[in-house]
Design a protein around this ligand. Sequence first.
Ligand code: FSX
Length: 360
Amino acid sequence: MSKQYTLMDHLQGQGITRRGFLKFCSITATMLALPPSLIPQIAKALESAKRPSVIWLSFQECTGCTESITRSHAPTIESLIFDFISLDYHHTLQAASGHAAEAAREQAMKDNEDQYILVVDGSIPTGNPGFSTIAGIDNKQMLIDTAKHAAAIVAVGTCATYGGLPHADPNPTNAVAVSDIIKDKPIINVPGCPPIPIVMTGVLAHFLTFGTIPDLDDLGRPKMFYGNSIHDRCYRRPFYEKGLFAETFDDEGAKAGWCLFKLGCKGPTTYNACATAKWNEGTSFPIEAGAPCIGCSQPDFWDNGGFYNALSQPTISIGETAAAAIAAGAVASVAASAIHKSAKAKAAKKHHTVTTDDME
Ligand code: FSX
């Protein structure tokens, strides 16, 4: 039986102060789009929350999702909370192996029937049961068996939510998402390749706080994290509106931090919290590092053209103003290109200029 101690007991044991805990509650309230007046309620619910049983199954994936949740140079409250909920079964992280590991999964299912949370990362091959097995059990069967008495399922990563990389053309294993197989359980999709750690912990914090799953969009994603596009919250958006676009990765526009739309940024059609939550404990996110968003939290992003190919324009997700700005931007960028032609010519003598064509 799982040890029944509270989240606050656990955090205090890890040296987390009450101030630090309340800070996490405050961040969680913000992430869940809840008013500050609910912070005491969140704190009360979380600090007295009992340790829930979590079973984590990994199927066809690269382990990036687990790396995302566990890789931090210092333990964060998010990682401690994830540690707190603990994992009765996790292929990568558990100490047990072989029959002992499978016995732990079966015991956790029995002890916490209809109460445990099932987390799944990776897609499920359906072309042949032998394509991927664990302890002699094929992935599809293990998912069906383990989902049967789960309270809810969290599909973590784009592989589990939409098929991801294994599902990419030509999809040799006939990989499918969790929701393609399980139809009778609440499923929370947390896409991203990998997902942002605080988004994963935020979903679990919501479940611990309210005992319910959060509001989901039509792709099964929690609206509080996936309700806005990257473009909606991007700090480079003003450049987009003004029609100022980087044309190459080392031109003057790129150096000045202009919009990366023409370098293939999928921010306008991608829904995720990267631009607000950011990565590495809020340090940065790809666009801030000068790399276009590749749209990794959207279905079939691997097959939606090259990462460095610009979206066709205008897209349905871009408003009229922005669409007009793209048209204006096309003109403006020609002008900008001319203005910087001389500078680029000088730069070209010193550097190899990387263009979108180089990336094909
Ligand atoms: Fe997929 Fe996750 Fe990408 Fe990798 O588990 S979402 S390939 S980061 O590892 O499933």
